[in-house]
Design a protein around this ligand. Sequence first.
Ligand code: SF4
Ligand code: SF4
Length: 146
Amino acid sequence: MKQDSKIIKEVEAIYRWLDEQLAEMDSSCRACGDCCDFEAFGHRLYITTPELIYFQHHIGPDIKTMTTGICPYRIDGKCAVYHRRFSGCRIFSCKGDTQKENALCEQAVSKFKSLCDEYDISYHYVYLKAGLEMLVENPEFKTQNL
Ligand code: SF4
Ligand code: SF4
């Protein structure tokens, strides 16, 4: 199997693991999209390099830039990339247990970091706006990081 296919599968496995953990936490998110307006909600979303590679792999070269305090993938109040959304999007819940969420976030980040070590990928942990800009500026981001 090629290295990029392996990494995509590894990221998928981390997201699957995360979704299983979250199902047990029952955060009761109703997917209203309010927290995707970071400015209004006072919330920030950070993402890692393997997630950026995964995102570019699935979404393709036409990545949206973040020009306001709102995620550009929130369209008509809904996430337009729901099945490809980042770990922070999956973990955060306005009604959740912040301590448990922080612990889960640390575990997820550690898994993504280990993936970078294992596959010799530069590790970045950046705010969503900066991460999307990295992809917009470099349509070869995925290839260059593998
Ligand atoms: S990717 Fe989707 S869930 Fe995550 S912040 Fe953007 S709209 Fe919200
Ligand atoms: S976490 Fe809360 S604000 Fe965010 S989408 Fe779910 S219900 Fe809405």
